[in-house]
Design a protein around this ligand. Structure first.
Ligand SMILES: NC(=O)c1ccc[n+]([C@@H]2O[C@H](COP(=O)([O-])OP(=O)(O)OC[C@H]3O[C@@H](n4cnc5c(N)ncnc54)[C@H](O)[C@@H]3O)[C@@H](O)[C@H]2O)c1
Length: 253
């Protein structure tokens, strides 16, 4: 591939939130972006934002936890946009509960989307990266990987993604492929709005309370995470691999 050729990125869970901001950011950097989410129609807004700004984007409906759907989605991206060599495993769900109330279904759902989803997507895309001798994989971990009450499923999945990332970095490094993880703290999205509702707080109050615990004294925005992801996907970041970057407005214990 010549360096002037446009690289193709896939961002999962890109219909809204951190994924949407990341898709927009990568497109602004000149990538052609597959905006992938459960429902193709829900991707339209992100795609429109990219194309209106002069970028190239494709809406792709896919459940990342379904092997056949993932294989078909990656094949479609390769056919319609070109071989994907940047992958952001961002799709995610919460099924929070205290351990004694957590169902096996809620455990499986969270593992399925975060861990199996990242595995299936990475496996489907790696052949294109190996062929191109270039690849950038970024996995969304979380500050919850360090442990968080009510999230045994989610924290286990997010800690698991850190091990997954380091192993990808070791296996794929010789093919010019890097793998890194971004671990956000509190970011204003529908996911944190859901958490506020679960604990019975208004979202504004929930954000204000969270901000007092964050060294920079504010909550994060999706663009804060997109910025870190853009760094890891950059052409010049080829010697940075297997890292976990906490993006949380301060250090975490
Ligand atoms: N918001 C935060 O504070 C925060 C903090 C740490 C980590 N994260 C992580 O960042 C990522 C994005 O979070 P967000 O806050 O933007 O969430 P969000 O709920 O706003 O968006 C998640 C997106 O993923 C999609 N999705 C869910 N299941 C899917 C599946 N099976 N296949 C394809 N798409 C699917 C949803 O439809 C949605 O569009 C997640 O992995 C999340 O765990 C978020």
């Amino acid at each position: 591939m010549s360096t002037t050729e446009q690289r193709v990125a896939i961002v999962t869970g890109a219909a809204r939130g951190i994924g949407a901001a990341t898709a927009v950011r990568l497109a602004a950097e000149g990538r052609a972006v597959a905006v992938l989410d459960l429902d193709e129609a829900a991707c339209a807004e992100t795609v429109e934002q990219i194309t209106k700004a002069g970028g190239k984007a494709l809406a792709v409906g896919c459940d990342v936890s379904d092997e056949a759907q993932v294989e078909a989605a990656v094949a479609r991206v390769a056919a319609e946009l070109g071989a994907p060599t940047i992958l952001v495993n961002n799709a995610g769900v919460l099924r929070d509960n205290l351990l004694f109330k957590m169902s096996a279904l809620d455990w499986d759902m969270v593992m399925g989307v975060h861990l199996k989803g990242a595995f299936l997507m990475s496996r489907a895309v790696q052949k294109h990266m190996v062929d191109a001798k270039f690849g950038r994989i970024v996995n969304l971990s979380s500050s919850s990987a360090l442990g968080n009450r009510g999230q045994v499923n989610y924290s286990a999945a997010k800690a698991g993604l850190q091990g997954f990332t380091k192993t990808l970095a070791k296996e794929l490094g010789k093919f010019g492929v890097t793998a890194n993880a971004v671990a956000p703290g509190f970011i204003v999205t529908e996911m944190t709005a859901q958490t506020a509702a679960r604990v019975g707080m208004g979202f504004e109050d929930f954000q204000a309370a969270a901000a007092t615990q964050i060294p920079v004294q504010r909550v994060g925005r999706p663009e804060d995470i997109a910025n870190a992801i853009a760094f890891f996907t950059g052409e010049e970041a080829g010697f940075v691999s297997g890292q976990v970057m906490y993006v949380a407005g301060g250090p975490l214990n």
